[in-house]
Design a protein around this ligand. Structure first.
Ligand code: CCH
Length: 307
């Protein structure tokens, strides 16, 4: 264990954490990558590390950073997240005291704030201990080709309600779909590196104009192409259209979800408050803490892989 490292399960102090957060801020700007920011894929990394949680069996969740290993990392749902892990690797080398599990989750909170979003409460102390018997089975993350029933099945398993499902979905203000990762293509909003409630506004604004299309790989998604842009002259740069997944569209076809889409489209402050609370809850799923806030694992080891 490196000197000055917190004991296993103990959160880094604010003083230890500040340079780590500064290093994350410094790497967000990536002119050669996607839309110029590592932020969106870092948010997705944290979400997929935590979103495997099952409250019935108390398995999954961000503790352990199991995605480093093939069993979890090789889940097709996690395709592309190696880019996010690679962005953070130099920071892990520079600050070895922080666990991967803490780094991945705190980096997402830094990214959200830097992209103009709310400040998400975060508690450290996760360890990198993976118990093979508790690695979540594949298939716990949502499938964008499905609808409202599937979203409820997946997110109720984690302990979320309908309002929380819609608030979390607002993260699709960020980033894009990549044909070589999920098979879907395109971005949800025009500025995918700025956190806002635009996703909710566009769902409603173009209602009736979202057109179902079938991609060459057989997947179906919804697209909106501005007629003027689509009609641009030959050789003129056309702005790419916007997209929604079938799961995104279910947020406006399901009346209970829709009520929250309407609230968040009308009130960005409300969305920011609710997103901060629910993203913080997501990052804590499955993490047991003692009275001092220290993370408790079965063996209380810092790192390791038991199989
Ligand atoms: Fe998501 N998401 N997500 N998503 N997601 C994708 C990309 C991002 C679903 C499917 C997809 C959340 C919920 C859902 C982000 C954050 C969150 C992609 C494209 C698919 C498909 C992946 C690719 O091709 O690279 C589905 C289904 C659900 C169901 O609810 C939640 C919750 C969050 C966070 C709170 C972010 C950010 C991205 C952009 C990633 C990037 O690389 O740009």
């Amino acid at each position: 264990m490196p000197q000055n490292a917190p004991a296993p399960g103990v959160a880094p102090t604010a003083e230890q954490l500040e340079p780590v957060k500064a290093a994350v801020r410094a790497l967000l700007h990536q002119p050669e990558y996607d839309d110029g920011s590592a932020g969106p894929v870092l948010v997705r990394l944290a979400w997929h590390s935590a979103g495997t949680y099952c409250k019935e069996t108390n398995t999954g969740g961000s503790n352990g950073a199991g995605m480093r290993y093939e069993k979890e990392g090789g889940d097709p749902a996690n395709a592309g997240l190696q880019h996010a892990r690679a962005f953070l690797e130099p920071i892990k080398s520079q600050f070895p005291f922080i666990s991967y599990a803490d780094l991945w989750t705190v980096a997402a909170t830094v990214a959200v704030a830097e992209m103009g979003g709310p400040s998400v409460p975060w508690q450290g102390g996760r360890t990198d201990y993976v118990d093979d018997a508790k690695v979540p089975p594949r298939g716990r993350l949502p499938d964008g080709a499905q609808g409202a029933d599937h979203l409820r099945f997946i997110f109720y398993r984690m302990g979320f309600n309908d309002q929380e499902i819609v608030a979390l979905s607002g993260a699709h203000n960020l980033g894009r779909c990549h044909g070589d990762r999920s098979g879907f293509e395109g971005k949800w909003v025009n500025n995918p590196t700025r956190f806002s409630n635009q996703y909710f506004k566009l769902l409603l604004k173009f209602e009736g104009e979202w057109k179902k299309t079938t991609l060459a790989n057989g997947l179906q998604q919804f697209v909106y192409v501005d007629e003027d842009l689509a009609g641009a002259e030959e050789g003129e740069e056309k702005e790419e259209g916007l997209m929604m997944l079938p799961t995104d569209m279910s947020l406006i076809s399901d009346p209970k979800f829709r009520a929250w889409v309407e609230k968040y489209a009308a009130d960005q402050d409300l969305f920011f408050r609710d997103f901060a609370a629910v993203f913080a809850k997501l990052l804590e799923l499955g993490i047991r803490r003692d009275a001092e806030g220290r993370v408790v694992n079965d063996d209380n080891v810092e790192d390791g892989y038991r199989s």
